[in-house]
Design a protein around this ligand. Structure first.
Ligand SMILES: [Zn+2]
Length: 224
């Protein structure tokens, strides 16, 4: 374990990110054994981000969990109840599954779905960016979230149906630094994949800017 993480663990003793039970300070994954055995790990390898009848800009996605019960509650705490420290465990799980699923060396950059700056200001952090930064360290691929930008404030996707979600995110993102994505294979990080509209729209602008491949990695999804 890195020195920095050891010090962090001493200051903030690690707790299970699902049931909040205290763990040994040397724990790498902040998950207790009883929770680990109960977790709804996603059985799918690669999932689609678009509907069957739609053309996809995203080359596929991978999720660690199904978005239910204890995972849902953990992600809500992570996002809305100031538990940003959860990102390390999520990123570690993503790195491990990615390593089994694909050749990580085939990717050039890691980046996150951007949050609008007002939302980031209110929350104090972009949860996807935290995961992306840690993932970048674990898989030793450069982090490049600054290349992608959210152009406008969008309504919360969770309140909208599929068609309205697609409209809601249309034009919401732009590539600020095209040179950084041109010719690159990209790992795109988000916390949750629901309809896939957001990941599709990010992939669309990244491909338009010359990215050759975009593969999405998420913590949880409602899709199979
Ligand atoms: Zn637990």
């Amino acid at each position: 374990m890195k020195l920095f993480e050891s010090i962090l663990n001493l200051i903030y003793p690690p707790k299970c990110i699902f049931c909040q039970q205290l763990l040994d300070y040397s724990a790498v994954l902040h998950i207790c054994s009883p929770c680990y055995t109960k977790l709804p790990f996603s059985e799918s390898a690669i999932i689609r981000t678009s509907q069957e009848d739609e053309e996809s800009c995203c080359d596929g996605a991978m999720s660690i969990f199904d978005y239910t019960g204890m995972v849902k509650e953990s992600l809500i705490r992570f996002k809305f109840y100031n538990k940003p420290g959860y990102y390390r465990t999520y990123a570690r799980l993503i790195a491990d599954k990615l390593g089994k699923l694909t050749d990580i060396k085939g990717y050039d950059i890691v980046m996150s779905v951007p949050l609008h700056k007002h939302k980031e200001f209110i929350r104090g952090y972009n949860q996807a960016y935290l995961i992306s930064k840690a993932l970048s360290r674990f898989v030793k691929i450069r982090e490049c979230s600054g290349a992608l930008k959210r152009e406008r404030y969008t309504e919360s996707q969770s309140l909208l149906d599929r068609q309205r979600r697609n409209q809601n995110v249309k034009g919401a993102f732009s590539v600020r630094l095209p040179k950084k994505v041109k010719g690159k294979s990209i790992l795109l990080v988000d916390d949750i994949l629901t309809t896939g509209s957001t990941l599709e729209e990010c992939s669309r602008v990244l491909k338009q800017a010359g990215a050759v491949k975009v593969f999405a990695v998420v913590v949880a999804t409602g899709r199979k």
